[in-house]
Design a protein around this ligand. Structure first.
Ligand SMILES: [Ca+2]
Length: 258
């Protein structure tokens, strides 16, 4: 086990009793490693799913019933416990900490558990997204292969979408033409989404940042919620964080090495 992860696990176990009434910042949990601590010092929201959907940092006053659609279940995660999303279950949080008016970023871990990749199903697994009031929203989905008339017309894909922003282009950032064997069930992946002005960037597993441009500055009006999960097929999601500044390639490498 990597040394940094050992630190994190030990610290996370100490921090586990914390709830909304006893907030814990991830920089303090990762305090043993100064590089990780520095990276996480700008985290404004953190849900670690240690037995509850409630965030341990940011979005105070979220109560369990308000923070959940469907069943809440956990399973062993990348650190401690992870949220099990299936049957479209998802965690939902006020977007107050997701200020799109300045550059920022999101990071989270995903592990497919029961993704059917044997044949085209057209199933959509929502990994992360924003809710909206008649205006722009964005998120990351897995779209299983699609068949029409016995012919496969779309590959099994992971992509970021940004739609309905006033005056903006619809933006899709396709993260590879098709999900490779590294997306077999049981393997964890780190997904990072940055936004800067009119620009979205996405990285998977520390790979190069892929980008898409809305054509106009991202307008935060109407983005009301952060949604974590919403998968049809059983999927684990863990250590969801909103960062005050976009993550650099070096930052992402640090997260990947945990
Ligand atoms: Ca966790």
């Amino acid at each position: 086990m990597p040394r940094a992860l050992t630190y994190v696990l030990a610290a996370a176990l100490i921090a586990m009793p914390a709830r909304a009434d006893e907030p814990v910042h991830p920089a303090d949990v990762y305090a043993q490693d100064p590089v990780v601590r520095e990276l996480l010092s700008d985290v404004v929201f953190w849900a670690n799913f240690e037995g509850t959907p409630e965030p341990v940092w940011g979005a105070p006053h979220v109560e369990r019933d308000q923070a959940l659609d469907g069943e809440f279940a956990t399973a062993p995660g990348i650190v401690g416990q992870a949220f099990v999303s299936e049957g479209r279950s998802r965690c939902r949080y006020p977007a107050a900490d997701l200020d799109l008016t300045r550059p920022g970023g999101i990071s989270f871990w995903v592990c497919p558990v029961a993704w059917d990749r044997s044949e085209p199903t057209g199933i959509r697994n929502n990994l992360f997204g924003t809710n909206y009031d008649n205006q722009g929203y964005f998120g990351v989905n897995r779209m299983a292969a699609v068949a029409e008339g016995g012919r496969q017309v779309q590959n099994d894909m992971l992509y970021l979408y940004a739609e309905n922003f006033p005056g903006a282009n619809r933006t899709y950032i396709q993260l590879g033409d098709t999900l490779g064997p590294e997306w077999e069930n049981g393997i964890w992946h780190l997904i990072v989404v940055n936004w800067k002005g009119s620009h979205f960037e996405v990285s998977v597993d520390g790979g190069g940042l892929k980008s898409g441009d809305l054509g106009v500055a991202i307008d935060p009006t109407g983005v009301s919620e952060i949604l974590v999960g919403g998968c049809q097929e059983r999927t684990l999601i863990d250590e969801f964080m909103v960062h005050r500044t976009p993550l650099t390639a070096a930052d992402i490498s640090v997260l990947c090495a945990l």
